[in-house]
Design a protein around this ligand. Structure first.
Ligand code: PLP
Length: 480
């Protein structure tokens, strides 16, 4: 690393990125290129000799940016947000600059210790029970994604139960969740070797706003016990991906506890909102959980990737995931004086991700973060009202956080298939306009449009304009 070259190029790169943010609204939010577009305009092989930064940045402008979907645009409302911020950006820069790989404490003590400290800080902001803090058996860890988080706790839970009932019982282990649970759970089951017939996907419908009914869980568990199976893992949701449904954690946790199941709570999106006292109620019952996950890279101003996982029993993780090869042995680890995060995750190597989270917490502070969340929720509330005032539209599930689920209503013939088609046409029309990007889901057979407000640059004017575009496009689709 040549310091002077870094200084010169680094300044130029920061200028380039700052200019990108200045002009971000001029790009179509959803990239409009066709598949394979880049193959047609980039060379077939890598250059033999160095090129200049200017040449590369020119290509970024003319060839890469057309193929970028602008997640940081104030008009990005699809999926869930993936926040970027100055603090998060600086933290990423610092992490890249230091270039450490902190798999064991000894490989960079600050990386492990800062991660433990910031995870404790956020656990306190969320008012998580003390058992999730690092001072006892519990603690937090940064994973790359919520999918990795649920996978590692499932492996921990699986091995814990197999240690007591014997390895041959793998085929009897049963996993429970609602049908609104993210597909990351299915993937975790596949990787963990859970028999596909032993994944209970319990129906949640509009009668509970898509929350899992505890009676359904109890019935399924009882049936499985009678059949000689072993219930071992329950995934509850706070803020489902389709519609932000919130499962009744306390009641579900009670059933999990009385059947000695591991209870994981997925709050990947909505966890961030629970730092606000008025939204903390949505994780009431988390005291019954064994693990809890929230993605700081969604709605917490922390650049991707940064998925926070807390467990009450770190040893369940390390017993399942630890390795101790000669080439990694060191005094601190051998004497059990330290946490080695390599034993809490799938890969060995890990980035210094806590730096960006620490930067976010320090440069913004808890109060700014709370108000940031509150502002998005207010904007979503306003949009929900606009939708409900328009007779051509309906709100499909009551908004809880900053996601509005809505659709164009069926016309006089009440033909649901036609209505679904029309909503997909509307989706295509608004997204191909380049002015905004929303996404969709299906709830009880209805195609539903999702507008998730949560990009850091989104203001009231963007939401109003978005609604105007949606109304205009919808008017072209209404029967004449
Ligand atoms: N859980 C929920 C509720 C989500 O909304 C998502 C993604 O949007 C995930 C899990 C998966 O997240 P990741 O991409 O971090 O694996």
């Amino acid at each position: 690393m040549d310091s002077e070259q870094l200084r010169e190029y680094g300044h130029r790169m920061v200028d380039f990125i700052a200019d990108y943010y200045k002009t971000i609204e001029s790009f179509p939010v959803l990239s409009q290129v066709q598949p394979g577009y880049l193959h047609n305009i980039l060379p077939d092989s890598a250059p033999d000799h160095p090129e200049t930064v200017e040449q590369v940045l020119d290509d970024v402008k003319t060839k890469i940016l057309p193929g970028v979907t602008h997640w940081q645009s104030p008009n990005f409302f699809a999926y869930y947000p993936s926040n970027s911020s100055v603090a998060g950006f600086l933290g990423e820069m610092l992490s890249a600059g230091l270039g450490i790989v902190g798999f064991s404490w000894v490989t960079s003590p600050a990386a492990t210790e800062l991660e433990m400290i910031v995870l404790d800080w956020i656990a306190k902001m969320l008012n998580l029970p003390d058992q999730f803090l690092s001072k006892g058996k519990g603690g937090g860890v940064i994973q790359g994604s919520a999918s990795e988080a649920v996978l590692v706790v499932m492996i921990a839970a699986r091995d814990k139960v197999l240690r007591s009932v014997g390895k041959n019982a793998l085929g009897k282990l049963v996993v429970y969740s609602s049908d609104q649970t993210h597909s990351a759970l299915q993937k975790a089951c596949q990787i963990s070797g859970i028999h596909p017939e032993n994944c209970r996907v319990l129906k949640a419908d509009s009668s509970t706003n898509y929350a899992l009914r505890p009676e359904l869980l109890q019935e399924a568990v009882s049936r499985d016990l009678e059949a000689g199976l072993i219930p071992f893992f329950l995934c509850g949701n706070v803020g489902t991906t389709s519609s932000t449904a919130v499962d009744p954690l306390g009641a579900l946790g009670k059933i999990a506890k009385s059947n000695e199941m591991w209870f994981h709570v997925d709050a990947a999106y909505a966890g961030s909102a629970c730092i606000c006292p008025e939204y903390r109620q949505y994780i009431d019952g988390v005291e019954t959980a064994d693990s809890f996950n929230m993605n700081a890279h969604k709605w917490f101003l922390t650049n991707f990737d940064c998925s926070l996982l807390w467990v009450k029993d770190q040893y369940a993780l390390t017993e399942a995931l630890s390795t101790n090869p000669e080439f990694l042995k060191n005094k601190a680890s051998q004497e059990n004086l330290v946490v080695d995060y390599k034993d809490w995750q799938i890969p060995l190597g890990r980035r210094f991700r806590s730096l960006k989270l620490w930067m976010v917490l320090r440069l913004y502070g808890a109060e700014t973060l709370k108000n940031y969340i509150r502002n998005h929720i207010k904007l979503a509330k306003d949009l929900e009202q606009l939708v409900s005032q328009d007779p051509n539209f309906e709100v499909i599930t009551p908004r809880i956080f900053a996601l509005v689920c809505f659709r164009m209503v069926p016309t006089d013939d009440n033909d649901e298939k036609k209505c679904n088609r029309r909503n997909l046409e509307l989706l295509e029309a608004v997204n191909s306009s380049g002015k905004l990007f929303i996404s969709h889901t299906a709830l009880s057979g209805k195609i539903v449009l999702r507008c998730a407000i949560g990009a850091p640059l989104t203001e009231e004017k963007h939401v109003k304009e978005t609604w105007k575009v949606i109304q205009e496009k919808a008017s072209c689709l209404l029967p004449k």
